[in-house]
Design a binder for this molecule. Sequence first.
Ligand SMILES: [Zn+2]
Length: 305
Amino acid sequence: MSRLLVGVCLVLLLTACGPKQLEPDDSFVCDNCESWNEPQTPFRIYGNTWFVGTAGLSSILVETDEGLILFDGGLPQSAARIDANIRELGFDPLQLAAIFVSHAHFDHAGGVAALQRLTKASVYTSVEGAKTLSSGELQANDPQYLMGAENTRFPAISGVVTVGDGDVIAIGGVDIKAVYTPGHTPGGMTWAWESCALGGCYNVVYADSLTAVSADGYKFSGGPAAQQIIDSADAISLLDCDILLSPHPFFFGLQEKLQKLGDGNPFVNNVACSIYAENLLGWLERRLQSERGMSPLAVPDLDGG
Ligand SMILES: [Zn+2]
């Protein structure tokens, strides 16, 4: 048998034996996991940009000339849902070339390892975020570090590629801009790209969670995270932004906007990023006031964010 033929046979054998589709895995348990992981029918947001996440956790798919790219992988048990959603839209998950992570918490990065194993996609995040993704454990400078194992561990990811603030990653005709937005985590990332269709071209911003949520006893006042949230909110408000997306669908009103689909495109709103940034500063101020004993804690109703 020729060496070429042996090679072809080996490839066929590996393909036949390799993982074809992710199986549901509910072994990871947390207070909100079940509701966050409720199914969500995938849909097109605009042009090359699709929602393939779950009811409570965003995963955004972008089609390029050289394969697919994905933003965030939800919980460990979300990976099978994301895989199925990508297929439901008629795409092949094995065409996934890259996965970009917003922040390294179990509810957005937990499913990435399984998706990476399935697709061999490269995984991108910030230098600080990569430390957590690579180990599967929060670093001590994360405000949620002492929240307990269920909130601080997730499957580790190998071969994470780090990007710098302001870097542009070009994949198949789509330029993905990397913007460092720490505060909720030390390595939080916001990603931005352009999406074009018959209605024109729009700037899409996948703005990270920037809620001041922490383990008991952690203080934002006096530490670096509060100033980071202020600076990151500023950075988000300054981006060219026509469509705001973020790691929790709640943050950009996904359900309300879905109800209005067909009546124009409710996801297009060029002040949404500015409003998001203002809300972030309001939430931070309430958190700082509560730390000073001036008001009860009133951050958004999200465990982790
Ligand atoms: Zn988080």
